[in-house]
Design a protein around this ligand. Sequence first.
Ligand code: FAD
Length: 285
Amino acid sequence: MTRIDALLAAGPTFSFEVFPPKTDDGRQQLDAALDELSVISPSFVSVTYGAGGSTRDLTRDLVIDIQSGTGIPTMAHLTCVAHTRSDLLALVGQYRDAGIENLLALGGDPPADGGDIDGELTHASDLVDLVAGVGGFCVAVAAQPEMHPRSPDRASDRKYLAAKLAAADFAITQFFFEVEPYLVMMDELAAAGVHKPVIPGIMPVANLGAVDRMAAMSGAAFPDHVRQRFEPVADDPDAVRALGIELATELSADLLAAGAPGLHVYALNRSATTLAIHANLGLGA
Ligand SMILES: Cc1cc2nc3c(=O)[nH]c(=O)nc-3n(C[C@H](O)[C@H](O)[C@H](O)COP(=O)(O)OP(=O)(O)OC[C@H]3O[C@@H](n4cnc5c(N)ncnc54)[C@H](O)[C@@H]3O)c2cc1C
């Protein structure tokens, strides 16, 4: 059992995100990926929480299973939307009782169909406070180098990011494709007096259509000059994946050289891409 803030204090971390599978086949694929990824002794793994709390029990059970089965410190994502305060306190208590020490406190998104699933807590910072009230957890928050899509302007985005990060232990970012937005955000946080670690989230491009959809939802730009590098191979899925790994490796190396405190790869329940980036960076040496 290990708090991630203690790992970060000891040097750069290498971690990845998975999501709770909804089928037996999906679970088998995830278990195989975790076996293969265990070989590189990842610093930690994080498990997403379905939009609107749709994977509430699946996420909880998977977090507890991974940590007890693999010994890899496992962080549970948790969102405000669709939960009462007592729902959240119950879940946080179950994590504490199971020896989970790391939580990622998120606002969550309103449903795409405009349905009403408000919770009692509104912002991630409210959840940071709730978890702090329970005590004993290392608490992370989400950071958006290119601003959250619901933020009305940059000043307000940075103000609320700085405030929630000041109350938390570290942050993990939304994915991005260039070093500069990350470094600008770090400067803005430093100017606001916040010096907590912010781990870049790394999304290796595997499929151009999927990246376009995710970029549109998250507000992360997929820059033209990056897209142009994919154009010559756009009809060859293997070549797109290989180039995605190459670009993710370049970005990761530049970020580490610029002082990033670690890397968190969006592994999508598979091992090959994450293992390739780890090997390319020479982190296993
Ligand atoms: C690393 C990472 C992991 C994620 N994992 C998941 C997941 O597992 N499940 C899931 O459903 N979603 C996940 N998300 C998506 C996340 O839930 C959405 O981006 C959501 O829209 C906002 O979450 P947040 O924690 O940034 O919210 P918040 O910090 O609450 O911010 C949301 C918006 O509210 C504004 N705001 C914040 N505080 C205040 C305040 N006090 N007053 C006024 N405005 C304020 C912010 O500026 C921002 O515009 C993840 C995102 C990241 C980056």
